[in-house]
Write a protein that binds this ligand. Sequence first.
Ligand code: SF4
Length: 358
Amino acid sequence: MKIDGFKKATHQINKIRYRPVLVAKIGRGYFRSLVLKKPCLRVCEFSVTPDCQSKCQFCYASKFYKKGEQLLSLEEIESTWIQAKAMGAFCANVLGGEPLLHPQFLDIIRVLEPKKHLITFATNCIGLTEDIVKELKKLGVFLINISLNSLNPELNDELRGYKGHYDHVMRAVELCKKYKIDISFPVATSKPLLKETYEIVQYAKEIGASVVVNLMCAMGRTEGETELLFDQAFWSEYRKLVDSNSHLRADFDVNLTLKIGCPAGFEKIHFSPYGEVTGCSMNPVSFGNVRETPLEEIVDKMRNFYHFAKRSPHCLVAIDDQYISDYMNYAANFDSIPYRVEENECYQRDRYRWSAPE
Ligand code: SF4
């Protein structure tokens, strides 16, 4: 791993050093991964609601809604988090849809215990009020992920499908500064939007924010549009951008193993609003539901899945041609995702084609 990658993995050290419980949990994670050479769960994504006010052109979550199903309750989220913590997790990211639309949003943040863990959430900022920011600060949240796609207000609003989104973002930036909460911009990028991404990276540098670059994947509203989103030239450009900016992170750069690679199923898992467990929020393939099966059993199944076990050196859902053609494109057969892995016949081959992680 490059020095730059190590800097990315430890960039929050200033914030966490006064949180001894968290430091101990992170230390245990590195010990388990580097010394014992055992996989250790690091981060859980909780998509708590499929509802959203925006209609983003590239939304991967537009098919999350499942008619007639109940969202995971607060108690179910809490018991899932307890199971995840027992497997090493110390970081959680609350997502949607728009998580602020969940009627118990602040209770969800509370049960994740932000003073003992790295708890954050991604928001379109439309419903982010000063009172909520104050309450989050009190609860111990020190970083908010603010969705932004262009510094051009008209283009940003068009991409987000919401007039006035850019203004909401700028108000949220001011609120975060006022209450000394760190800002990270999760930027969904692709070939046509690389210029916008560069500009946001520069802007973030100027205001002391960080950037998490997510590659758009051909899922939800961009289902089947792989060619339009990426190619090899784009990937090289993108890697150069990530490598040369230490305030810019991608989730495959901050592994406990200190190796660059897709963390899905090993260090990272995602829960759909109804409890289905996938490798990450952009992956439409479920390995089980926490309402039916203990989390440890589900994660074990994920770690025996060829595409996760190979620890792809790049983003599986956006770059890996085989995975995209076998598993991502298959999602088009369903009105609602994630779909269960057993429903895809490729799984019969891939569950046995196991390869040990390094
Ligand atoms: S496929 Fe892997 S690298 Fe890509 S977003 Fe998901 S977890 Fe991250």
